[in-house]
Design a protein around this ligand. Structure first.
Ligand SMILES: [Cu+2]
Length: 281
């Protein structure tokens, strides 16, 4: 390869190696898990945990990270050891042999067993988050209809029904109360989008023509980003919304301020002078 290109690539690689840890260290690292143990210290660089099930998801993340870390160290260790052991030696000849059934059965069975274990172990958390029959009963439903490139949010209003005059509609700003579970009904309007709030550890695709639902229970007040996690077009990068977690009273006040005005009283023929005034305006 051209030596100039090689040098350039080497520099780029060096810069990347330096940049990644610097960015990680420069982050405002708050202890997410104040009582964390040595085996989970890195969890503190994850985003804030702001839903009831977020710590369970992080627990799975930690377990999987440990399994992959151990496998990585073993595999790379073997690779480096064999590179050294079977290095070139004058007079040594390569030996050919046709596979090894025992080894192949072993390295197929172990990953399969690990996968089965993870599937069984994670099933409880998965079904708690994703199974509609496990959603908290009586959690209010809010409808989000994402489209290129915004989050169209509808609250059903006091009558509890969508598409009625008392609905409250907002764009990109979802207001919720802390410690009150909600269900979000997702209906994509054009292409596939994905509702993602990292702090709640929730991500769900919104597929046009296939309503999906998620639920969560925010544990404390704060503001979080809603990021679209599905590349959905040229404006994907700016498809950003906000979740505002506020107190129950603040939410009630906000709801009252957003309520659509009551319907105008039955139309009465305007008096002659009112009609004139309107004309001159
Ligand atoms: Cu999108």
């Amino acid at each position: 390869m051209n030596s100039g290109i090689t040098r350039g690539l080497r520099r780029l690689f060096g810069a990347a190696l330096l940049t990644v840890p610097t960015v990680l260290l420069a982050q405002d690292v708050k202890p997410r898990y104040p009582n964390h143990h040595w085996y989970s210290w890195w969890m503190n660089i994850l985003p804030d945990t702001a839903s009831t099930y977020a710590p369970d998801v992080d627990g799975m993340f930690n377990l999987i990270l440990w399994i992959t870390l151990i496998v990585f160290v073993l595999v790379e260790g073997c690779l480096v050891y064999f590179l050294w052991k079977y290095r070139h030696k004058p007079g040594r000849k390569a030996v050919y042999y046709h596979g090894n059934n025992k080894l192949e059965i072993t390295w197929t069975t172990i990953p399969a067993l690990i996968l089965v274990f993870l599937a069984v172990f994670s099933n409880k958390i998965w079904s708690e988050i994703k199974s509609p029959d496990r959603f908290p009963k009586n959690a209010p439903v809010i409808r989000i209809m994402p489209r290129q490139f915004e989050w169209d949010i509808t609250y059903p209003g006091p009558d509890g029904k969508f598409d009625t005059p008392d609905d409250i509609n907002t764009i990109n700003n979802l207001y919720l109360a802390a410690n009150e579970p909600v269900q979000i009904k997702l209906q994509g309007q054009d292409v596939i989008h994905s509702f993602f709030v990292p702090e709640f550890r929730i991500k769900q695709d919104a597929v046009p023509g296939m309503p999906t639902a998620v639920w969560f229970n925010p544990t404390h007040t704060g503001e979080y980003d809603i990021a679209c996690a599905e590349l959905c077009g040229l404006g994907h990068y700016r498809m950003k919304g906000f979740v505002h977690i506020v107190s129950h009273d603040s939410l009630s006040r906000w709801m009252a301020s957003q309520a659509p005005p009551p319907p105008a009283p039955a139309a009465v023929a305007p008096a002659a002078d009112t009609a004139k005034k309107a004309e001159t305006k």
